[in-house]
Design a protein around this ligand. Structure first.
Ligand code: PAF
Length: 283
């Protein structure tokens, strides 16, 4: 695996693959790699000859400096993990490389960035879109891979690529789950044994909602189904259920008529877990 720190280095490494007629898949990360990231790498490797991974803890997507300071970082461990995957190039830039002196250009999906999770984390999706646009411009991949778990992020990036006519394809990769259905997350290890057992109520709620959605219920009934399943678990504190149009993330009323995203966040003993699923009527 080739480690690159500058724009010139990563461009030269990608060009060498391109000149040999290879296609390029990109996975952007902030390090602290886990199985979810490695699944993205494997998807990229399945579709492309050359896989580029980026590790960059992006300061502009953190609201509070304290969050950024506490973000785990272990490049040596991450690089070792990437060596055992089919990753060809790792781009590990310093902040000044991505945000050059005097920098003043931002990218923002004006509506989508400022709703749902964007309301509780102002500026977060602007930071994500800005860094991802820069990484796309630097690497120039044919495709990039993002987890469906961060559903709003995925839709923001798809919208940005479409609106700015960026010449690459965005793939959403299904969430990797534990055997009992709990979405994998680096936060799961912080759950007590009791809360870990209780946390499967989220995927149970999504399973039930998926079944119900097939029958074209009202959005209120769908919301009630999810709420009921989670609230019947005493260890769960429901923080939010958002039921929105799957692509535009627009709020829905009336009946379920097409692809509908259900986004859940719930707290278990102080650990906030999120999950989502796209459901819809049987066609
Ligand atoms: O999902 C992440 O890890 C980050 O938001 C991303 C896409 C790498 C941008 O910094």
């Amino acid at each position: 695996v080739k480690i690159c720190k500058t724009v010139a280095e990563v461009r030269a490494a990608v060009t060498a693959f391109r000149e040999a007629g290879k296609t390029v898949g990109l996975v952007t990360t902030m390090g602290a790699l886990h199985e979810g990231h490695l699944t993205l790498m494997r998807n990229a490797a399945r579709d492309h000859d050359c896989v580029v991974a980026t590790i960059f803890v992006n300061p502009t997507q953190f609201g509070q400096k304290a969050d950024l300071a506490h973000y785990p970082s272990d490049d040596a461990r991450d690089i070792e993990l990437l060596k055992s995957e089919s990753v060809d190039i790792v781009f590990l830039p310093e902040v000044e490389v991505i945000y050059p002196e005097g920098d003043e250009t931002i990218v923002e999906t004006t509506r989508m960035a400022n709703m749902l999770h964007g309301l509780v984390r102002p500026g977060h999706f602007r930071g994500v879109a800005t860094v991802v646009a820069r990484l796309f411009n630097i690497v120039g991949p044919d495709a990039a891979y993002f987890g469906e778990k961060d559903y709003q992020q995925l839709q923001v990036i798809k919208r940005m690529v479409h609106d700015l006519h960026m010449p690459l394809k965005i793939h959403g990769v299904p969430t990797v789950r534990e055997a009992d259905g709990l979405a994998m997350s680096s936060r799961n290890v912080r759950l007590s044994a009791e809360d870990r057992a209780a946390a499967i109520c989220i995927s149970k709620a999504l399973d039930a909602a998926e079944q119900l959605a097939k029958t074209r219920p009202s959005i209120m009934a769908l919301d009630g189904e999810v709420r009921g399943t989670i609230n019947s678990e005493p260890r769960a504190t429901l923080r939010a259920i958002d039921i929105v149009e799957a692509e535009s993330l627009k709020p829905l009323t009336g009946k379920v008529t097409g692809p509908t995203a259900i986004m859940i966040s719930a707290d278990f003993g102080g650990v906030l877990l999120i999950d989502q699923r796209v459901v819809g009527p049987e066609t």
